[in-house]
Write a protein that binds this ligand. Structure first.
Ligand SMILES: Cc1cc2nc3c(=O)[nH]c(=O)nc-3n(C[C@H](O)[C@H](O)[C@H](O)COP(=O)(O)OP(=O)(O)OC[C@H]3O[C@@H](n4cnc5c(N)ncnc54)[C@H](O)[C@@H]3O)c2cc1C
Length: 352
C-alpha cells in the first residue's frame, strides 16, 4: 500500500478513483491539465444560480452512481416536466403544444448542481494530492517504475492510471515505448460522449413559462436549439432554461449563436423569452482536453468499454480507466463510477 499511484485527469473518474484508493490506504497524486477539476462535469455559477454546462442527469438504472450519492449524502430531485412541452417542426410554423408521455424514464438532478459530487469527493483530499495546470505530456517506462512528465514537473511512481478519454490519450500523450497497435487503433476509434455538443443556459428572474402552463421543455427540428428543459433549482428560488444547440453552430461566434437563440426564444415564448439575466454556453468541440479533433466520424459510444481496456499494460503498471473504458454505461457518469470500482478491485487483487 506504500506504492505510489499517479492518476491522470481530474474528471469524475479521476477524483472518484483518488477517493477510493485513498480510503484503501494507497498513496496517490492526481494531475489535472485544466485550471479546474471536473472535466465534463461543469457546473457554472451564473447570476447567483448554478447551471450545468456539462453532465446534468442521472437515472434509476445508475446503481453505482446512486450508491455514491447516497454514501455522500447527496440529494436528488426530479427533472421538472410539469406542463406542456413545445415542438417546432418547421421554420414557417409556430411551435406546437404537446404532453410528454407519463411513462418516460424519470431523469434526476443533483441538489446544488452536479459538481456537488466532486465537492464531496474532493473534500477528502489534502491540498498536495491534486495539482491543477499539470498537463501530462509524456510517460516513460523505467526499470520498475514509471516516469510522468508535465511542462514543469517530473513524477516517479509505481502505477499510473489514465482517466483521459482514450482518443485524447493516444493522440496527446507521448509514450517512451511503442503502444500495442490494436490498442492504439481501438483507442483512436473510441467515441468520447458529448465531445461535439454545445450546451447553453439562460437565467431568468421569473419562471414565466410555468405561468403560461409550460414545462420549459422544447424540441426543435429547426434550431439553433434542438432540445431545452426547465433548469430551475431544487428550492425553486432561481429560474433557468438549459439545453443543447445544433452542433453545426460550433464554428460561429458566441454573439451569432446568442442572437439566433433570441430569435427562437421569441418564437417559443414571445418577449418574455428574450428577457433573460444571463446567457452561458460551452462549445465542447473546442475543448482539446476532452475532444481530439479529427475528420473521421465515430458512431456514438463506439468501442466504449472495449475488452482491450481491461488488459494489463506494462505488467499492470499502467491502467487505462475513464468513463469510455467502462463495460457498463460507458460515456456516462455511471460508467466513470463503475470503472473506478473495477480498477480498485484490480489493484487490490494485485497486492494479495
Ligand atoms: C455536454 C455534456 C452533457 C453530459 N450529460 C450527461 C448526463 O446528463 N448524464 C451523464 O451521466 N453523463 C453526461 N455526460 C457525460 C459525463 O460528463 C462523463 O461521462 C463524465 O463526466 C466523464 O468523466 P471522466 O472523468 O471519465 O472524463 P472527463 O470528464 O473527460 O475527465 C478527463 C479529465 O482529464 C483531463 N485531461 C485531459 N488530458 C490531460 C492530460 N494530458 N494531463 C492531465 N489531465 C488531462 C481533462 O481536463 C479532464 O478533466 C455529459 C457530458 C457532456 C460534455
Amino acid at each position: 500500500m506504500k506504492k505510489k499511484i499517479l492518476i491522470i485527469g481530474g474528471g469524475l473518474s479521476g477524483i472518484y478513483l483518488g477517493y477510493l484508493l485513498k480510503k484503501e490506504g494507497f498513496s496517490i497524486k492526481l494531475l489535472e491539465a485544466n485550471d479546474r477539476i471536473g472535466g465534463r462535469i461543469y457546473t457554472k455559477n451564473s447570476h447567483t444560480t448554478n447551471v450545468e454546462l456539462g453532465a446534468t442527469w442521472l437515472w434509476r438504472y445508475n446503481p453505482a452512481l446512486l450508491k455514491v450519492c447516497n454514501d455522500l449524502n447527496i440529494s436528488l430531485f426530479e427533472q421538472n416536466m410539469d406542463g406542456d412541452a413545445l415542438f417546432e417542426a418547421l421554420k414557417s410554423s409556430t411551435p406546437q403544444h404537446f404532453q410528454v408521455p407519463k411513462n418516460q424514464e424519470i431523469s434526476y438532478r443533483i441538489v446544488g448542481g452536479t459538481f456537488e459530487i466532486l465537492n464531496k469527493l474532493k473534500a477528502t483530499f489534502t491540498e498536495d494530492q491534486i495539482e491543477l495546470n499539470q498537463k501530462v505530456l509524456k510517460i516513460d517506462e523505467e526499470e520498475t517504475t514509471l516516469k510522468v512528465t508535465t511542462k514543469t514537473s517530473t513524477f516517479i511512481v509505481d502505477f499510473v492510471i489514465s482517466t483521459i478519454p482514450p482518443q485524447v490519450l493516444v493522440n496527446t500523450v507521448h509514450f517512451s515505448w511503442d503502444l500495442d497497435s490494436d490498442f492504439k487503433q481501438i483507442a483512436n476509434n473510441t467515441h468520447t460522449w458529448m465531445k461535439d455538443s454545445i450546451k447553453f443556459a439562460l437565467v431568468y428572474k421569473t419562471p414565466f413559462w410555468k405561468e403560461k402552463g409550460l414545462s420549459g421543455t422544447g424540441f426543435s427540428n429547426v434550431g439553433p436549439f434542438t432540445e431545452m428543459y426547465d433548469h430551475s433549482d431544487f428550492e425553486n428560488t432561481h429560474f433557468a432554461l438549459m439545453g443543447f444547440l445544433n452542433g453545426g453552430l460550433a464554428n460561429e461566434t458566441k454573439e451569432y449563436r446568442e442572437e439566433k437563440i433570441q430569435e427562437q426564444l421569441f418564437k417559443f415564448f414571445g418577449e418574455d423569452g428574450k428577457k433573460y439575466l444571463s446567457y452561458e454556453e460551452k462549445v465542447w468541440n473546442e475543448d482539446q482536453l476532452v475532444n481530439f479533433k479529427d475528420d473521421s466520424f465515430i458512431t456514438p459510444h463506439f468501442n466504449n468499454g472495449h475488452v482491450i481496456y481491461q488488459q494489463e499494460f506494462l505488467n499492470g503498471k499502467l491502467i487505462i480507466a475513464g468513463s469510455e473504458t467502462s463495460p457498463k454505461y460507458g460515456g456516462y457518469m455511471e460508467g466513470a463510477i463503475y470503472r473506478g470500482n473495477q480498477v480498485l478491485e484490480q489493484l487490490k487483487s494485485s497486492f494479495q
